[in-house]
Ligand binder design. Sequence first.
Ligand SMILES: Nc1ncnc2c1ncn2[C@@H]1O[C@H](COP(=O)(O)OP(=O)(O)OP(=O)(O)O)[C@@H](O)[C@H]1O
Ligand SMILES: [Mg+2]
Length: 257
Amino acid sequence: MRKIAIVNQKGGSGKTTTAVSLAASLAESSKRVLLIDLDPQGSSSLWFGIKDQGKLFFDVLTARAPLEQAVQPTKIKNVDLISSSPLLSGVEKALYQEKDAEHNLKHAFANMQSASWDYVLLDCPPTLGMLVLNAFVLAKEVLVPVETHVMALHGLLQLLKTIQLIKERLNPSLELGGILACRVDMRTKHSNEVLGQLRNRFQDKLYQTFIRENVKLAEAPLHVKPIIQYDPSCYGAADYRALAKELISQEVCVEPA
Ligand SMILES: Nc1ncnc2c1ncn2[C@@H]1O[C@H](COP(=O)(O)OP(=O)(O)OP(=O)(O)O)[C@@H](O)[C@H]1O
Ligand SMILES: [Mg+2]
């Protein structure tokens, strides 16, 4: 089972778009996927048409409730979801004094009777708080979506340092899975230049696949469908299918969980 945290502290960098589109694309290739929506904004959940006001996941993170209870199927075959609710914004406060609280999600996962997913994708909020720390402790890989914009590169180096720190202090198994260039606009010189800089600097840590700017990706959540169903032949669908293939092709090299 590959557990991948999709993280960038910069808002609007393509985390949710990647989480949902990749989940559906992996599922299309017969992979069983659990998507965990850790963002109190609940954007991934809403994309699947789920507006959760409940406290099931909150209780998993704060009161040792079983994780099974929070898992629900989606309309997409092979994709299960742990949905977020606005209550998750209270997790920080609830766990303020609890020792080792960043391990709560990992413990909940370990206590599951059966976890038969091939991929667990964690859609993280754009703040490096307790929710993201829980994702970092559960995950083995971090996927960092970045907009191909020079401003987006500044925060990236800081994030890579944070990942290294988490690896040293909380989760020695954590690795940077890769950086995913998102919203690439091939028509602009700037976007191409930033893509070139990312390639030079990060080399094999940059996924070969990059995600092009495609308005269909912005429209899809309004239609409550992942991109591969909303418009199966658009660029966005092609790019996320390519990303799923790239991840699947790495499987032989990835150690089992
Ligand atoms: N490749 C793309 N082409 C066009 N629009 C995109 C693309 N990727 C993302 N977007 C749009 O950019 C916005 C931000 O994307 P998204 O919600 O995935 O980012 P995020 O990192 O999850 O944001 P947040 O930090 O708020 O959770 C959304 O309106 C989304 O539709
Ligand atoms: Mg998001």
